[in-house]
Design a protein around this ligand. Structure first.
Ligand code: PMP
Length: 411
């Protein structure tokens, strides 16, 4: 399928069993895709097939089921390698998701290489999981956390970022796309500026994986983090991509089985990449099913997915513009299909609850970006986020529901 072929949304919707239900007596309209998106049948089938057909622990067994499970698990590693265009499978480490991937880097790279007086730069757009691990390691190492300011439209101040960079900068951590505002960050330029100062760069790709083409070699990023559950895959799985030469210099994260070569009470030697960072029994079923999520995305094409989502985003912004008191939070020209808003005089929780009563699922609150909400002087927003299976008719229903909310709440 190419970008010029409009996808058959009804055919796509048929692949997602969860969508075909009523919530509070109304057909479910799922606009909380930035929190987690829904799973196609092929992903669900992969989970069932593993547990009902070849459940076994991986890597250590020589029996048939263990070999099947290991093969399926390692197939996903190769798929994810291709998905981000990494140079080698050794650069793909399975984690529970972006949160664990970032914590892994902070706890190993940060612990090994940060010193007192060093600086770490993040942006004002970050999710708590790309803030707190850096605060923790900076506290421990007496390093300083610096924050790139955010403009009113939700874009980062690139000039301010350049001024923050210095020989003290050890690492820059920034999202590819913001979960609260949808802003797509100029990560390639950020990486090249940071590298000029010898800093390494970690990209939080949680909101990019299902929508944007990711080419870690082209970006030249040092680390890239992905959560399976935000790209049609199961929860509890994800990857950390890291450049091999950097991963090799990092100490292990957790100790245990699988990450070792040899253990004696006197000394332990560690396994090769990527297993050095994969202690213990991993989330086998979910990693195996992630491969089907990759297949689902590849079969459609990310350009097709992104084009449909953008159409929905533009349609929503156009249709909802007339709602009395609505104010957009996040109006960058370059966005994924995420739209935050507030409505004057109505609490975002009330809006969320009233939409839920009409079967519409949106996210309300601070979206794990409290400092960003502070920056806009608000406690939270209503966030609608669109996916390939959403339709314009669903947006019409939400806009209608929002108009009813405003009328109902009128003094
Ligand atoms: N970063 C961003 C931008 C996110 O949207 C999320 C999930 N909301 C995370 C990090 C954390 O991802 P996870 O909970 O899958 O570890």
């Amino acid at each position: 399928m190419t970008a010029t072929t409009a996808p058959d949304i009804e055919k796509i919707r048929a692949k997602f069993p969860v969508l075909h239900q009523k919530v509070n007596g109304k057909p479910l309209i799922y606009f909380d895709n930035a929190a987690t998106n829904q799973k196609p049948q092929q992903v669900i089938d992969a989970l069932v097939n593993y547990y009902s057909g070849y459940n076994a622990n991986i890597h250590r067994g020589i029996h048939t089921l263990a070999e099947r499970a290991t093969k399926a698990f390692e197939t996903t590693r190769r798929s994810m390698q291709k998905f981000v265009n990494a140079a080698s499978e050794e650069e793909i480490i399975f984690t529970r998701g972006v949160t664990e991937s970032i914590n892994l880097v902070a706890a190993t790279y940060g612990r090994a290489f940060f010193n007192a007086g060093d600086e770490v730069i993040i942006s004002g757009l970050e999710h708590h999981s790309n803030i707190v691990p850096w605060q923790m390691i900076c506290d421990e190492k007496k390093a300083t956390l610096k924050v790139i300011p955010v403009f009113n439209n939700g874009e980062i101040d690139f000039d301010a970022f350049k001024k923050l960079l210095s020989p003290k900068t050890k690492l820059v951590a920034i999202n590819h796309a913001s979960n609260s505002l949808g802003t797509i960050n100029p990560v390639k330029e950020i990486i090249s500026e940071a590298h000029a100062f010898g800093a390494v760069v970690l990209i939080d790709g949680a909101q990019a994986a299902a929508h944007l083409t990711i080419d870690v070699q082209e970006l030249d990023c040092d680390f890239y983090c992905i959560s399976s559950h935000k790209m049609y895959g199961p929860t509890g799985a994800g990857i950390l991509y890291g450049k091999k030469e950097i991963l090799q210099t990092m100490p292990p994260y957790m100790g245990g089985g699988e990450m070792i070569k040899e253990v004696t009470f006197a000394k332990t030697t560690y396994n090769d990449l990527p297993y050095k960072f994969e202690a213990g029994t991993p989330n086998i079923a979910d990693v195996i099913a992630l491969n089907e999520a990759v297949n689902f995305i590849n079969d459609l094409g990310k350009d097709v997915i992104a084009a449909h989502e953008h159409e929905l985003l533009s349609y929503f912004v156009e249709k909802a513009a007339g709602i009395p008191g609505i104010k957009w939070i996040g109006t960058s020209a370059s966005k994924v299909a995420v739209q935050s808003f507030v409505i004057e005089g109505i609490h975002h929780f009330d809006i969320g609850q009233m939409l839920d009563a009409r079967g519409v699922a949106v996210r309300t609150g601070h979206h794990c970006t409290q400092p960003l909400m502070d920056r806009f002087g608000i406690e939270g927003t209503v966030r609608a986020s669109f996916s390939i299976y959403n339709t314009k008719e669903e947006i019409d229903s939400m806009v209608d529901a929002l108009n009813r909310v405003v009328n109902f709440m009128k003094p």
